[in-house]
Each structure stands twice: as C-alpha cells, then as structure tokens.
Design a protein around this ligand. Structure first.
Ligand code: HEM
Length: 535
C-alpha cells in the first residue's frame, strides 16, 4: 500500500470511528439540555431490562447509588420511548403530582395503529389530557363511586375455591393434603372475571376454564403488547404489517375482541335509552315526580353507570358533556384500558399479600383470627392486621412501578435543579416507597408500622416526610382505588378463613419475592405457594 492510499484509509477509519462514537454518544446519553442531571447510560439500563433484572436489584445497584449523589435525588434514564427524569423524593413527587406545569404526557400518537395503541393506549381516561380527560372523568367518577359489586366478588371467590379444592387429591377428610399453586396466575383468573363482570357485564369464565376462547384471545393480545421488537419499532407494525403475518393475526384477534365489546356497549346503550323512555312515559302517565333510576346502583356494571351518567348530563344540558360520538370512542377505550389497569394491578397486589403472609406465618395466623371474627358481619369490614398488611404490601411491592410521564409546560425547577420546558418527568413509586432517605428500614415487612399512632415514628424526620401514594395523588389519582381495595379486603379474609399457606421448601422466593415489570406493573414471577384446606 502506498503512502497516499494509507493516509486515505486511515482518515476513512478515523471518520467511521468518529461517526460511531458520535452515534454511541447520542444514543447513550440524554439530550444536552438535561445533561446537568446525573444519568444512567442507555446501554447499561437497557441491558438490565433485557436481562430482566428484578426491580429490587436495579434499584439497589444502579438507580439509588446514582440518585444519592445529589440532594434532589433526580436522575435520568431511558424508559420506553425516550429519556425521562426520575423523581423519588416525596416533596418533589408531590410537586409533579399537583403542579399544573407538569401535565400528563399525551401517549397516543407514538403507539397509534399498534396493538398497544389499539387496546390500551388511546383516547381513554388513563391517557387523555385537558378537556377531553375532564369530560371522561366527569361521567366515570360517579360510576366508580356508585359501583361496589361485593356480592359478585364474593360469588366469584367461592367459585375459585371450588376450583382450588378440586385440585386436592383427597376429599375433605385429609386436611393435611397440600397443593402447590402459582398464585399470580390464579389471581389473574379471578380478577379477569371480577373486572369483566364489574366493568362491562361480561363473564370471561376464566376461573372455570382459563383456556377458553375469550381468555386466550385476551391473553394473546395482552402478551403481544409487550413484544420488544414492536415496542421499540412501532412503525414496523404500523406501516409494514403485511410482512409480519403472526402479528397481523393478533390484530385480527384484537378486532374480534373490540367488536365484541362494541356490541355489548351498543346493546346496553339502546336498552338504557328504551328503559328511560318507558320510565319517563310511565311517570307522565302516573304524574309521578322523582328520579328515574331507583335500582340499587351497586349491582350495575361500570359501563351501564357511565352510559346513564352521560345520558343524564345530556338531558340536563350540562356543559362539557361527552357527545354520543365521543362517548362511543372514549367509553370503549376506557373499558379496554380498565381491563388492563385494573386486572394486572389487583392480581399482583393480592399475590404479594399472599406472599408476605406466607413468609410471616405469625402475621397470617393473627390476620386469620381477626378475619374469622368479622366474617359474617359486613363482608369487607377490615380488621387491623389485614388493613396494615394491605397498606404495607402496597408500599413495599405496589403494583404500579411509576406514574406515566409528565411533560413540563415551561422552564421550571425541581429541588433547585433546572428542568427545561418539554422535559419528560416520571415519579417512580417503587423508589419513592423504598427510599431509605425517607423511610426507616424500607425493606422490612412490619405491618404494625401502619398502626394508628405508630406511623409518625417511622418518618425519617419531619422535614423529609414520607409520601405514601400507591394510587398516586391529585386530580389523576387512580379512579379504581376504592374498587380494588374493596376487592382485596373481601378476597383476603375469605382466603384466610378457608386455607393456610406457606412457601414451599427451597422456594426461589425465600429471601425476597422475585419480581418482573410488565407494562409498568410490578408482579411476582412463578410464585408457587403451598395451600392446605382448613375445612
Ligand atoms: C392495586 C391496584 C391498583 C393500583 C396500585 C393502581 C395504581 C394507579 C396509579 C398509580 C395511577 C396513576 C397513574 C398516572 O397518573 O400515571 C392509576 C390510574 C388509573 N387507574 Fe389504577 N390502580 C389499581 C387498580 C385499578 C383498578 C381496579 C382500576 C379500574 C377498575 C383502575 C383504573 C385506573 C384508571 C382508569 C386510571 C387513570 C385515572 C386518570 O388518569 O384519571 N386502577 N392507577
């Protein structure tokens, strides 16, 4: 090689190396405008995600050490579709939850046309912002306040116990007989039926047959939402679906599912309108004054209640009422979304409670005695140990890992740190609830710390008061909070009365529960528990 050729190839190599370095630098680091905040490199964080590193390890080994290098605790990481500043400090978290300069980031466009976009992320209560969200929340709030179908949840729990009991080899005479149950899978069957019925009057039948047509369809679609290829490159699915026949098939499954829901919505709406017309005709005939709906609201599903609320608001000619067309889209999308936001979270929450009670048999026994003492009274009378266990579990392993991103509407500051307009900020609920800067012994399972009067002693100091917010706080607080708390408070005492349970010997979860995060929901992985009947 002559000198000239050598120098050309050296400069060529240098150019390629520089380009690669610049590319690496661009991908690996956050935008210049937020580089003054400590960050975890893209490749480091992604490799933890790809390795499915449990959130406990990621927090202990990666995010907390970085966060603790500054007073504010803020740091950046690449999450889902972009760089985000993570907040795990209660005072700053409150600011993000309550201040109007942090608005919920519109999520829809990025996922439009994908399975995730068609099923979960769209113009629903969870994702919309501004006036569209207000209109939806206005019809949904009263529905969620009115709906408390406890008898339904009780019936489904009895049905589940029958299925569990049928797995024991012996009949009732040998109460020492033990069976191993994957508790999270079991709970998902229960919550799917509970919420399908409670939200739109549809019985998936998952408790009795976890592999029937509708359950399979639902699971196929849900699993497809987290396919890493399409999660990273959604345009493939949007623009080149024909090249991915399997994906196309799942879209068709989803269409069947959505059509089924639409049919139910249309039928319900027509029926309600007809009923209301009949009732108003009757009233005129009999000249009766008063409300048209005298039925017991708690028996009605959320969909019915929402349609009734929208019609009532339309009749009263209130401002900002969803139009019929808007209702069609938004109610459909919201009920879809509720199937996800309500099922997966509640199933994980109950599974974690069962886990902690398996690990702490003395607390399980105390909870059982209390449960037996109240069962037979109000079905969801809450006893102290169950209430404290529930509160602590939601803190220590709350299913909602983080709030969805907020975007800053102007240049602002958090804890004295400059945050430019248009930055994405997330509150990590997991880190907020496990942060040793704000909680004493954050990892210790001691439910009594939630006993009245005790809680105060666990504040690290008054200035740095802990923030307990497993359902978020402020205007975007979880709308299903009371419903899920009631579901859990009904289910757990019934389970305690009927069974005893423990971790199998040599369980991988002996030291701590192994978790994964699926679409922002923290849940246990392959958590098997040994169950024995009490009667
Ligand atoms: C243990 C169970 C649950 C937990 C931990 C939980 C947690 C949360 C959190 C943290 C948010 C705020 C998200 C954000 O602002 O980014 C939220 C919102 C929401 N949740 Fe839940 N949730 C649970 C159960 C449910 C249930 C059972 C339903 C429905 C039946 C539900 C429906 C919703 C909806 C629709 C929103 C959006 C509200 C809005 O933005 O106006 N959730 N949830």
């Amino acid at each position: 090689m002559n000198k000239k050729n050598l120098s050309i190839s050296t400069s060529g190599l240098a150019l390629v190396a520089t380009t690669l370095y610049l590319l690496y630098d661009k991908i690996n680091k956050p935008p210049q405008s937020t580089r003054h905040i400590p960050y975890i490199g893209f490749f480091k964080f992604m490799s933890a995600i790809i390795r499915k590193e449990p959130i406990y390890n990621v927090t202990k080994e990666m995010t907390f050490p970085l966060s603790f290098t500054t007073e504010s605790g803020l740091y950046s990481r690449f999450d889902h579709d972009g760089w985000r500043i993570v907040v795990n400090n209660p005072i700053l978290a409150k600011k993000v939850m309550f201040d109007s300069e942090f608005t919920k980031t519109a999520l829809g466009d990025f996922w439009a046309g994908t399975i995730l976009g068609r099923f979960i992320i769209g113009p629903n209560i969870f994702c919309t912002t501004g006036s569209q969200w207000k209109k939806q929340r206005k019809i949904a709030n009263p529905a969620f306040r009115q709906s408390m179908p406890l008898p339904l949840f009780g019936r489904l729990t009895e049905k589940l116990f029958k299925v569990i009991d049928s797995s024991f080899l012996t009949k009732n005479e040998d109460l020492d007989d033990t069976i191993k149950i994957d508790i999270h899978s079991l709970m998902k069957r229960w919550t799917l039926d509970a919420l399908g019925n409670a939200s739109f009057g549809f019985d998936f039948g998952s408790i009795e047959d976890s592999d029937n047509e509708w359950v399979r369809r639902f699971k196929t679609v849900l699993n497809a939402c987290e396919d890493p290829l399409f999660a990273l490159l959604p345009f493939l699915e949007r623009n080149y679906l024909d090249y991915f026949p399997k994906r196309k098939q799942i879209h068709e499954e989803l269409t069947r599912f959505l059509d089924m829901m639409q049919e139910i919505i249309d039928k319900k709406r027509d029926k309600i309108i007809q009923q209301q017309q009949l009732e108003s005709h009757d009233k005129k005939e009999k000249n009766i004054q008063g409300s048209s709906s005298s039925a017991n609201y708690t028996d009605k599903d959320l969909l019915t209640l929402m349609i009734e609320n929208q019609l009532q608001q339309q009749n009263e000619e209130k401002n900002d009422v969803l139009s019929d067309e808007e209702l069609k889209v938004s109610i459909h999308k919201s009920i879809d979304n509720i199937q996800f936001s309500g099922n997966e979270t509640t199933a994980a929450a109950i599974s974690f409670m069962v886990y902690y009670l398996a690990k702490h048999p003395e607390i399980q026994e105390r909870a059982r005695e209390e449960a037996i003492s109240v069962l037979g009274k109000e079905p969801y009378d809450i006893t102290p140990t169950i209430e404290q266990t529930q509160k602590l579990t939601l803190r220590i392993n709350g299913p909602a890992e983080a709030l969805t991103p907020r975007t800053t509407t102007k240049d602002t500051e958090l804890g004295g740190v400059f945050i430019p307009k248009g930055t994405n900020v997330i509150v990590s609920l997991y880190e907020l609830h496990r942060n040793p800067r704000f909680w004493h012994d954050p990892d210790t399972f001691d439910p009594e710390r939630f006993a009245p009067g005790i809680q105060q002693q666990h504040n690290v100091d008054k200035e740095k008061r802990e923030l307990y917010a497993p359902f978020s706080s402020g205007s975007r607080v979880c709308i299903g909070k009371n419903l899920t708390l009631a579901q859990q408070r009904l289910f757990l005492p019934m389970l305690l009365r009927k069974y005893r349970w423990e971790l199998p010997e040599g369980s991988a979860h002996s030291e701590r529960v192994i978790t994964a995060v699926t679409m922002d929901v923290v849940h246990p992985v392959d958590l098997e528990i040994n169950f024995k009947r009490r009667y």
